[in-house]
Design a protein around this ligand. Structure first.
Ligand SMILES: Cc1cc2nc3c(=O)[nH]c(=O)nc-3n(C[C@H](O)[C@H](O)[C@H](O)COP(=O)(O)OP(=O)(O)OC[C@H]3O[C@@H](n4cnc5c(N)ncnc54)[C@H](O)[C@@H]3O)c2cc1C
Length: 396
């Protein structure tokens, strides 16, 4: 039987720790590294037997890299990924808006493209270096809040007692359900996702968001001469074919010059727009997709979760050291406000990108072209996307 705490462990539990992290996706892993670096007593469990071999999120913004710097993972991430300078909004090939990441209020003057499985592998390797490992094939079935602790029940019968239980267990979070925290919102329907090799007529240092009444289309260059294609699509195919991706690109991307040569990996996923009512209830805390999910426009999903993790590791360490709930209240309030802002931004971006009526689209394009003439607007948009807005506004 394992025992991590110095205080007496009750007879009916198998493990007694300060913190249990449920879920070893990017958010849970980053939190585990933060806690390990501060010498905290925790376990991290995941239902899966190994890391998901799926690329999923690919964008890591400057603000996230800055936040992750103290965890000792950023140099590896930068080595594996590629740096992108520009974000561009286009209506077919016409540029409506462009913002540069080379003038951010940050030590990082770029956006990093790195597949999510590579980011997760770097996080796992750092956690191992710190002497911890993920307890795998360990599904949490129930979390019971008690007065001063919670009991986490695993499917294999193991019972873990902890002062705090963190739900990093994704959109369908068991921790959130057991804590009785609501997760209201709506769904945008399905998205097609593919990593492709193709002839691409625009520049290779740009992430492009195409406005189209058919739905949002995002194209971003990745390492190894690959491109990531993400498209909002009714009934997206489970495993998109070359022809299906070509049709989407032809109808929403540049009018000529795009030729898909190879599909390296493809999938579909459902996107929801939901925010947890609270990030904290009883002994349970939430972060990452367990707390917020939203449109992929702007590439914010994993970024928000990674920044939650850095904030929560500091808050938990302080709460445990001072035996005070104040840092957790602060975490829950500030990170929920940050998530709410991102949800509003991505929702607006998606709504504007998919306007159906031609007259509204013409008006939209004129307005966007006009505002993009102002360097201040371009800089604000770049900082907002990069998650460096707070610093920018302080310095303005
Ligand atoms: C196909 C796809 C494409 C995506 N593309 C993008 C994109 O382009 N850009 C973007 O920003 N975001 C994208 N996302 C979203 C992005 O992947 C998520 O925001 C990110 O993975 C959230 O990280 P997380 O750690 O919060 O949760 P997750 O990555 O969902 O990890 C949750 C972990 O918890 C574990 N778990 C769940 N329940 C239990 C349980 N009961 N017991 C134990 N373990 C449990 C799971 O096994 C999993 O490992 C995409 C998602 C999908 C599915």
């Amino acid at each position: 039987m394992e025992r991590a705490n110095e205080h007496a462990k009750p007879k009916d539990v198998d493990i007694d720790v300060d913190v249990v992290i449920v879920g070893a996706g990017p958010a849970g892993l980053a939190l585990a590294i933060g806690l390990a670096m501060q010498g905290q007593d925790f376990v991290i469990v995941d239902a899966l037997p190994e890391i998901q071999q799926m690329s999923r999120a690919a964008v890591v913004h400057a603000g996230t890299l800055e936040a992750l710097e103290p965890l000792g993972v950023v140099s590896n991430m930068e080595e594996k990924g590629i740096r992108i300078d520009k974000f561009c909004v286009r209506d077919q090939e016409k540029v409506l808006f462009h913002a540069s990441f080379t003038n951010l209020n940050s030590t990082k003057q770029f956006l990093l493209m790195i597949p999510q499985d590579e980011t997760e592998a770097i996080l796992v390797s750092r956690l191992t270096e710190l002497g911890h490992h993920v307890r795998r094939s360990a599904t949490v079935t129930e979390v019971k809040n008690q007065d001063k602790s919670a009991i986490v029940q695993l499917q294999d019968g193991t019972r873990i007692q902890a002062k705090y239980v963190v739900g990093a267990d994704g959109e369908k979070s068991t921790v959130r359900r057991c804590a009785g925290i609501g997760f209201p919102g709506e769904t945008y329907g399905s998205f097609l996702l593919a990593d492709v090799r193709m002839d691409w007529p625009t520049t290779e240092d740009e992430v492009t968001l195409f406005f189209s009444m058919g739905g949002v289309l995002v194209v971003a260059p990745m390492s190894g001469r690959r491109y990531r294609v993400v498209a909002q699509l009714q009934n997206a195919p489970r495993s998109p074919s070359l022809r299906e991706v070509q049709v989407v690109m032809d109808s929403r991307g540049p009018r000529s010059g795009v030729r898909i040569k190879e599909i390296l990996w493809g999938s579909r996923f459902k996107v929801h727009h939901k925010l947890a009512d609270r990030f904290w209830a009883g002994r349970c805390l939430l972060l990452g997709d367990a707390a917020h999910v939203h449109s992929p426009a702007g590439g914010q999903g994993m970024n928000l979760g990674l920044r939650d993790a850095v904030a929560l590791s500091a808050a938990l360490s302080e709460a445990i050291a001072k035996n005070s709930s104040e840092p957790l209240e602060h975490y829950a309030e500030t990170r929920r406000a940050a998530a709410k802002e991102v949800l509003q931004m991505t929702h607006r971006l998606t709504a504007v990108a998919t306007l159906k009526h031609w007259s509204l689209r013409v008006l939209r394009n004129h307005v966007i072209r006009f505002v993009s003439l102002f360097p201040f607007v371009r800089r604000t948009v770049a900082n907002r996307l990069a998650g460096t807005m707070d610093k920018a506004s302080k310095n303005c």
